[in-house]
Write a protein that binds this ligand. Structure first.
Ligand SMILES: Cc1cc2nc3c(=O)[nH]c(=O)nc-3n(C[C@H](O)[C@H](O)[C@H](O)COP(=O)(O)OP(=O)(O)OC[C@H]3O[C@@H](n4cnc5c(N)ncnc54)[C@H](O)[C@@H]3O)c2cc1C
Length: 383
């Protein structure tokens, strides 16, 4: 089904990562994921240690129990995990790229020693708090703030919204305004004044924990502050996570395509399998082309990342193009399944609903369009 044989370009080590992630999804996710989605749950505490033992958490980081693999390996793992469910890939992305990466890159040696080994092992869970109820695409205007008191401690007040892993996290990387600009803080969720209630009634990414975070005079020591000033801190983390997304959605799209192909070959109407109708073949061929192009984009951007030359605008290109392609594939696949396309008996509508969140989080399609517009014209059109 991979008409371009893209996986022939993977090294033996990268194939091993692919097969390991596929095996994990087959054994630990596919049997139950429709139920998790239906019930709106995700067994983070059970799956975390298994993912950790397979080296999937912070896999592109080095030291502290991290696997230290290349960018394409990380991408291939995200692709296979998201073929299971976007909620699973979100868990792994948030843990590795949004919680571990900032600690690994900007944290003190003590913070790294304290948090990275358990986060890599999956015995601790992390989250990343940037978005607020009134500030999503525009985080520069965030209201959450931190003030240093005479003891040197920082006191955080404010709230965050739509935070993946929030209610199950042991540690939150929280971005807040200070007199010296936006700063990141590593906040144990057991801190007095911290709370993280679940957000209910989501119809997308249901197999993923999404929460609000509240900070009511949360006190953290000076050593919990990350060594980066301004929005470039959170944006550098998002660039890492978006790289995982542009790979991951290829897996979600592929799962929809595979379901549609299988269904088309076995569903008989007008005396023959619907795969024999030209209109169905047009859909299947279009899906295969769209996924091949998305896979090529991911592989190319992975090569750039491994060469150390990947630019944020290129990540925006990949996030915009590949999420859009995967969502279009999911919608097309759903139509191939007819009425069966709307039930959880098949994976398609679950992926389709999930991809609506993926289109929005970590930079909406509009914001990534504006990033590309700025790169092309030199004119920023955000405001
Ligand atoms: C399931 C889920 C999980 C998430 N997990 C996290 C997480 O772990 N951590 C975290 O910090 N955040 C998380 N988010 C939040 C996510 O990153 C934000 O939802 C996203 O950045 C968009 O912000 P918003 O929803 O406030 O939309 P808004 O910024 O209010 O945008 C609404 C619409 O206006 C458009 N728009 C905004 N500004 C412009 C402009 N200048 N030009 C043109 N159009 C514009 C947007 O593109 C969008 O279409 C999550 C979201 C979801 C749904």
């Amino acid at each position: 089904m991979d008409l371009l044989n893209l996986d022939d370009r993977l090294t033996p080590d990268q194939r091993l990562v692919r097969d390991t992630a596929q095996g994990f999804v087959r054994e630990h996710v596919l049997p139950d994921v429709a139920t998790w989605f239906e019930e709106g749950t995700f067994p983070a505490r059970e799956l975390g240690p298994v993912l950790g033992s397979l080296g999937m958490l912070g896999m592109h980081l080095t030291g502290y129990g991290c696997a230290g693999l290349d960018a394409i390996s990380y991408g291939v793992a995200c692709r296979e995990l998201e073929a299971g469910d976007s909620g699973l890939r979100s868990f792994v992305s948030v843990q590795g790229s949004l919680a571990m990466f900032p600690i690994w890159k900007y944290g003190s040696p003590e913070l790294k020693e304290e948090w990275l080994p358990p986060l890599a092992a999956g015995t601790a869970i992390g989250c990343f708090g940037l978005t607020e109820p009134d500030h999503g695409s525009d985080p520069a205007n965030m209201k959450t703030h931190a003030k240093q008191d005479p003891s040197g401690d920082w006191i955080l007040n404010g709230s965050k919204m739509w935070i993946t892993n929030g209610s199950v996290a042991d540690v939150a990387v929280v971005w807040a305004q200070t007199d010296g600009g936006v700063r990141g803080f590593v906040v144990p969720t057991s801190s007095p004044g911290f709370s993280a209630p679940l957000i209910h009634r989501k119809l997308s990414l249901r197999a993923s924990v999404t929460s609000s975070l509240y900070f009511d005079d949360v006190r953290v020591p000076a050593s919990s502050m990350l060594d980066v000033v301004g929005l470039k801190g959170p944006l550098s983390c998002l660039s890492e996570a978006r790289f995982g997304i542009l790979w991951g959605v290829v897996g979600a799209g592929r799962a929809c395509f595979e379901a549609a192909l299988e269904y088309a070959k076995t569903r008989v109407q007008f005396g023959k399998p619907i795969a024999g109708f030209q209109l169905t073949q047009e859909k299947l061929a279009w899906m295969a082309v769209a996924l091949g192009q998305a896979g090529l984009t991911a592989l190319h951007l992975g090569s750039l990342k491994d060469a150390g030359s990947l630019r944020p605008q290129q990540v925006s290109f990949g996030k915009l193009a590949n999420v859009r392609a995967a969502l279009d594939v999911a919608r097309e696949a759903r139509s191939v399944l007819g009425a069966n396309g709307v039930t959880l008996e098949y994976p398609v509508i679950r992926h389709m609903n999930n991809l609506e969140s993926v289109l929005t989080y970590e930079g909406t399609q509009e914001i990534h369009t504006l990033v590309l517009g700025e790169a092309l014209t030199g004119v920023a059109a955000y405001r």
